[in-house]
Ligand binder design. Structure first.
Ligand code: ZN
Length: 302
């Protein structure tokens, strides 16, 4: 009798998986959720429900070990207040320093705060941030349509050649806490205003990849890549094949939005979604390492 390999063993495995979109919080926020719901309206909208998971870096690295994920990019939260952003940035920098090379982090600033936000962005890069994000136009009340107020922060990213991760919203479909109004039409105006900026659009860009079938849209989005965060709540897994066929395998970054989604299950289902063997390394690791400038797997980091 021939033994049949379990399905998981027949799936393509990337050399080293990167989860390009996760969220961790300082212990003070995890323990004091109610107080922070009062201090930030968007945080209250997402986390007043006690079931909405809030975790620290230790839970993330434990989950990565279970899921077989070698590296992760950590986002904080898009606080509207610069002081809350600054405290969160300090926590992420410290957590990443203690992670043995497994974690990298994105600095968070309220980009509409002009020069003060730009100074904090600069401080983040000096502390080792690999980009900025996940910035959120609704939570932090900045304009995507007339983004001149954001220009000082964008200038900092351009000066150090680091990307900016933006939350994105679907203009159609079901409502959910945190969906927002960063829809493809508005995101495209933002991209057009800063053509040299490297942008990562979260959550499949709210569907913007589909409009890249229009040549003029593809031209404006040439410096943009997309992550797959929270995919399970938004799309059927057929979205992997559909988007890869439109924009190619070098512009999609696997990201879970952990702890919104479980990393192990989401990775397994994503690997089984129709991504081809020749695309797997790119989508599940190499693209994130290129975009965020992460170390290569086995590059000497423990
Ligand atoms: Zn998001």
């Amino acid at each position: 009798m021939t033994a049949v390999a379990p399905p998981s063993l027949s799936l393509p495995r990337p050399r080293a998986v990167v989860d390009a979109h996760t969220h961790v919080f300082p212990a003070e926020v995890v323990a004091g959720r109610a107080a922070f719901c009062d201090r930030d309206a968007w945080f209250g909208r997402l986390y007043s429900n006690p079931v909405a998971a809030l975790i620290g870096a230790a839970e993330l690295t434990q989950s990565m070990a279970v899921a077989g994920i070698g590296q992760a990019v950590v986002c904080g939260f898009p606080w509207a207040d610069l002081g809350l952003c600054r405290a969160h940035n300090d926590e992420m920098a410290a957590a990443v320093r203690g992670s043995g090379g497994r974690l990298s982090w994105l600095g968070v600033v309220p980009p509409g705060s002009g020069v003060a936000a730009a100074q904090e962005a600069d401080r983040c890069f000096r502390l080792g941030a690999v980009g900025l994000g996940e910035l959120n136009a609704d939570a932090q009340v900045f304009g995507l349509d007339h983004p001149t107020a954001v220009a000082p922060v964008v200038e900092v990213c351009l000066a150090v050649d680091r990307p900016l991760l933006l939350h994105a919203s679907e203009p159609v479909g079901h409502a959910y806490p945190g969906k927002g109004t960063a829809t493809p039409d508005r995101l495209l105006r933002f991209l057009a205003a800063f053509p040299a900026l490297r942008v990562v659009l979260a959550h499949w860009g709210g569907g913007l990849p589909f409009y890249e079938l229009m040549p003029e849209v593809a031209t404006v989005a040439a410096n943009t890549v997309y992550d797959t965060a929270a995919s399970t709540y938004l799309y059927r897994f057929a979205i992997y094949r559909a988007v890869l066929d439109v924009i190619g395998a070098d512009r999609v970054l696997f990201g879970s939005d952990f702890p919104v989604l479980r990393q192990d299950r989401f990775l397994r289902r994503s690997l089984a979604s129709g991504v081809r063997a020749g695309e797997t390394d790119a989508v599940f690791g190499a693209n994130a390492r290129r975009v965020y400038g992460l170390p290569e797997p086995g590059g000497g980091t423990p």
